[in-house]
Ligand binder design. Structure first.
Ligand SMILES: Cc1cc2nc3c(=O)[nH]c(=O)nc-3n(C[C@H](O)[C@H](O)[C@H](O)COP(=O)(O)OP(=O)(O)OC[C@H]3O[C@@H](n4cnc5c(N)ncnc54)[C@H](O)[C@@H]3O)c2cc1C
Length: 455
């Protein structure tokens, strides 16, 4: 308990009628996310918890919660599905956990975009837009649990980013509606590039209640695994296919040492081959097969989603991005952690081979391909054998200073120390409007200092 009983009672009285939970077990569970991927964050954040969970059912209730929190000076930490990896949902200073998942309705589906409440689960949203013959431009591999608002606030891109760019790239998010945290909360509507003021801000500068997300015509992607003899061959196959425009929604090279972690793919991803997991357009299937054969590979699986699910196999998106890390952490808990690495352009597979030689059994590699500013960008989410904090930072330093990579450090809680690298002054300026008292997810941005808070 970090807030006095009297304050909490007064807060509760003001939001009478809003769903509230104060059972300590429930509050503790809703104060966590997937920060345990990092042994460093696990040690720092384990046990931190809010004081109360509130679950408003509409924007009016959100405003009442925001008003009461502002009047009583209570910290407010937003929570969607709680699948973030960096402790984004962990309240560092206690207070109110605002679970947004009851704001879960589609507002309007149009041609090329959907307006949706922020707490809707992404897989439910997908089902809804599928009825209009469309699909989301991208989604995280956690889509069954994650919310669309949490994706915008905590994520960066995912399955589909190869075709449509990252979340922040033009047009993917074209409208965001925000409730401010003040005694008299306001609604602020952001459009176009202005939405960047709150994207990937970890819920530090306004409560997102609704947003517009881009859609494209639905495609029944083929989930395929291509196998190659050599990780360099797999990487060269993937980069050439993308440079020459093979139509894919996902393309994920994974080296053979991951094979034992993919239990459900036994035989389809054998330990003596390196894999490329893809979601390839049905019209491009022939070209895909020709390219795989040309590179000396074989296709061990190629089916549409319905057949993949009927066969009890994992869809390709559960074989990529941070699901790859999850496979390893589930099978060898405590042994592994991970990093997030962006490679210099143009991508050189020989650099990866040199890294594999340098780290041997300490680091296993898996790569993701995405489009950034219209160009192909290669990322890695390598598994790193956990020994110590010092060793993690030695590796980060080598990857950056020797190899010219950029590491998005997943072992830190602030926006700037992780992906963003620098303080986004536009986001901080917006925080002054949307959270003038500095109550939202305190401690998650270095751009905000206590003296900036309005009294
Ligand atoms: C196995 C695994 C795979 C993943 N794959 C991907 C991936 O492919 N791409 C990717 O980008 N990420 C990925 N992630 C990270 C995470 O799953 C996604 O970013 C996800 O979309 C977060 O959604 P969520 O609802 O769980 O958000 P939460 O974890 O609940 O919240 C994330 C952040 O957003 C804030 N927030 C939530 N809702 C709101 C709101 N309405 N208004 C303001 N702030 C809000 C929270 O306070 C928190 O800071 C992965 C994580 C795991 C564990």
């Amino acid at each position: 308990m970090t807030v006095s009983h009297d304050t909490l009672d007064a807060f509760r009285a003001e939001i009478d009628g809003v769903r509230v939970y104060d059972d300590p077990k429930m509050v503790a569970a809703r104060s966590r996310d997937y920060f345990w991927y990092s042994p460093i964050l696990d040690a720092e954040l384990d046990g931190l918890a809010g004081d109360i969970v509130v679950m408003p059912e509409d924007e009016d209730e959100v405003k009442r919660v925001a008003a009461a929190a502002a009047r009583h000076g209570l910290p407010v930490t937003l929570r969607g599905g709680g699948t973030g990896n960096y402790g984004q949902c962990v309240p560092l200073e206690g207070g109110v956990i605002l679970d947004i998942t009851r704001l879960n309705k589609v507002i309007e589906i149009g041609e090329g975009r959907v307006r949706v409440q922020a707490g809707m689960r992404i897989s439910r949203l997908e089902e809804a837009v599928a009825e209009s013959g469309q699909m989301l431009n991208m989604f995280p591999s956690t889509k069954r649990t994650a919310t669309i608002g949490g994706f915008i606030s905590g994520g960066s891109g995912g399955i589909g980013s190869l075709r449509h760019g990252m979340l922040a790239d033009g047009g993917n998010v074209s409208y965001i509606r925000v409730v401010t945290v003040e005694p008299e909360p306001r609604v602020i509507e952001l459009e176009g590039d202005d939405t960047l003021k709150v994207q990937h801000a970890y819920g530090t500068n306004g409560i997102i209640t609704a947003l517009d997300f881009a859609l494209s015509p639905a495609t029944d992607w083929l989930h395929a695994i291509a196998l190659f003899d050599g990780y360099d061959v797999a990487l060269r196959f993937a980069t050439k296919a993308q440079a020459e425009g093979l139509d894919c929604f996902l393309m994920t090279p994974v080296e053979r040492r991951f094979a034992p972690f993919y239990k459900r793919l036994e035989g389809l991803f054998p330990p003596d081959r390196d894999a490329v997991f893809t979601m390839v357009a049905p019209e491009a299937a022939e070209e895909f097969a020709r390219r795989v054969a040309e590179a000396g590979g074989t296709i061990s699986l190629q089916k549409p989603l319905a057949e993949i699910e009927a066969a009890g196999l994992p869809p390709a998106w559960e074989c990529g991005w941070n699901h790859t890390t999850l496979q390893a952490l589930k099978h060898e808990p405590g042994v592994w952690t991970y990093l997030q690495v962006a490679y210099p352009r143009p991508f050189d597979p020989d650099l990866v081979m040199a890294q594999m030689r340098r780290y041997g059994d300490e680091v296993y590699f898996h790569h993701e391909m995405a489009r950034m500013d219209g160009e192909i960008q290669i990322f890695a989410l390598p598994l790193v054998r956990w020994t110590s904090r010092a060793r993690i930072y030695e590796i980060i330093d080598e990857l950056e200073s020797t190899d010219g990579c950029t590491v998005f450090d997943p072992h830190v809680v602030t926006i700037e120390d992780g992906g963003m690298k620098e303080i986004d002054t536009a986001q901080i300026a917006f925080k002054k409007l949307a959270d003038p008292r500095g109550l939202m997810n305190p401690g998650k941005t270095r751009g905000w200092t206590a003296d900036m808070a309005a009294q």
